[in-house]
Write a protein that binds this ligand. Structure first.
Ligand code: NDP
Ligand code: GDR
Length: 371
């Protein structure tokens, strides 16, 4: 069998980096689409990159954007992928309330653009397509645990855009016979998680507080419950979905859920700090049980106009049909994330501009981030 070729949109993101590693380890030629940016945006994938002139090079990057249809057609034509993994997205739920039109364009119509590119190029029978769908589709709780049959009720511009992407993927499968599948993935995290998602914000905050670079961690809704797994496990599930003889839609989840508050407790415990809570709602405060110092405060700036309160997935179908199961439980995940951020600061990486910015933002309310 000839060497298989994969194209990944969103290759510079958390999942894109793990997926590229996985596919390279399986012998694939991997093409990734990266956006033009005024500063470097390839930190997560630099370790895999070798100059394209090097003999045996199998990892190639192309400039592109999901909002640019002709660019996508050209990249598909040039790379002739056997498998396309559409991971690119404006993926921050809170930010989608600030940039709803952009989010709809990239996350919703962007998916259509790739499917159309496959069709325009006559690649329907040859190219398999994976869509990064999300547990955010369930939104306002209709039932728990959530599985492939649970009704969707999106609660953000992000989820509404992803709802379109989910259904257009199903439609192109049914209308044109494309091997197109949705992975409905519940939250998955790692030390590579973007810094403004709650888990990484917490692990970085704990590390900065431990090293005396930050006084307090400001968070939003501590009661939200999420089904958190490790990103490395989930990209394995993506690959298995695409290898199925028949295209289909699958939930990937751990089957357990925890509050943001619990994540905070586990993260501080990893740094040797026990958190005691007092107050409730916007007045809730987390103190160090030894010193009484306030380490966590609620800031309503981080509340969302509409919230997804509870996500808990049922991965039974993925277990039965894909033989997929998560391997990392929450305490292990939290430990890996906090340890990595503690080490990173200890090694001096805290002197990077971004780290200093965060520390300054925490000290000055006027500069505080809104997501
Ligand atoms: P990230 O935010 O880490 O990565 C998103 C990627 O998409 C980045 O490479 C980003 O580029 C790229 N991107 C953003 N906008 C565009 C655009 N207009 N055109 C091309 N590329 C773009 O997300 P994750 O890796 O965590 O998630 C991967 C996918 O899975 C996303 O679609 C997300 O919505 C979805 N998902 C994620 C889950 C999770 O828990 N992580 C759960 C369920 C679904 P840049 O680096 O330049 O910003
Ligand atoms: P989510 O992830 O919205 O589930 O989307 P995020 O980590 O942003 O929020 C999880 C929950 O934590 C609450 N929260 C905060 N969130 C952030 N970002 N910052 C805070 O300070 C904060 N305080 C509390 C949120 O309100 C929320 O309830 C992620 C993304 O990866 C999506 O792309 C993906 O589709 C879903 O997971 C599944």
């Amino acid at each position: 069998m000839s060497q298989r070729v994969a194209l990944i949109t969103g290759v510079t993101g958390q999942d894109g980096a793990y997926l590229a590693e996985l596919l390279l380890s399986k012998g694939y030629i991997v093409h990734g689409i990266k956006r033009r940016s005024s500063s470097f945006n390839t930190a997560r994938i630099d370790h895999m990159y070798v100059d394209r002139h090097t003999e045996g090079a199998r990892f190639f990057l192309h400039y592109g954007d999901l909002t640019d249809g002709s660019n996508l057609i050209r990249i598909l034509q040039e790379t002739q992928p056997d498998e396309v993994y559409n991971l690119g997205a404006q993926s921050h739920v809170a930010v989608s309330f600030e940039t709803p039109e952009y989010t709809a364009n990239g996350d919703g119509i962007g998916t259509l653009r790739i499917l159309e590119a496959i069709r325009i190029l006559g690649m329907e029978k040859r190219t398999r397509f994976y869509q990064a769908s999300t547990s955010e589709l369930y939104g306002k709780v209709q039932a728990v645990p959530q599985d492939e049959e649970t009704p969707f009720y999106p609660r953000s511009p992000y989820a509404a855009a992803k709802l379109y992407a989910y259904w257009i993927t199903v439609n192109y499968r049914e209308a044109y016979g494309i091997h197109a599948s949705n992975g409905i993935l519940f939250n998955h995290e790692s030390p590579r998680r973007g810094e403004t998602f709650v888990t990484r914000k917490i692990s970085r905050g704990v590390a900065a507080i431990h090293h005396g670079l930050q006084d307090c961690l400001y968070l939003g809704n501590l009661d939200a419950q999420r089904d958190w797994g490790h990103a490395r496990d989930y990209v394995e599930g993506m690959w298995r979905i695409v290898q199925q003889d028949q295209p289909d839609d699958f939930v990937l989840a751990t089957g357990t859920t925890h509050t943001v508050r619990k994540f905070v407790e586990l993260a501080f415990a990893e740094a040797g700090i026990n958190i005691e809570w007092s107050g409730s709602g916007v007045d809730e405060i987390g103190r160090c049980s030894k010193t009484g110092r306030v380490l966590v405060q609620v800031d309503p700036a981080y509340f969302r106009p509409t919230e997804v309160e509870l996500l808990l997935g049922n991965p039974a179908k993925a277990r039965a049909k894909l033989g997929w199961r998560h391997t990392v439980e929450l305490p292990e995940l939290v430990s890996e994330m906090v340890r990595t951020d503690l080490d990173s600061i200890a090694k001096g990486n805290a002197l990077l501009d971004r780290e200093l910015d965060t520390s300054l933002r925490q000290r000055s309310p006027r500069l505080k981030a809104t997501v």
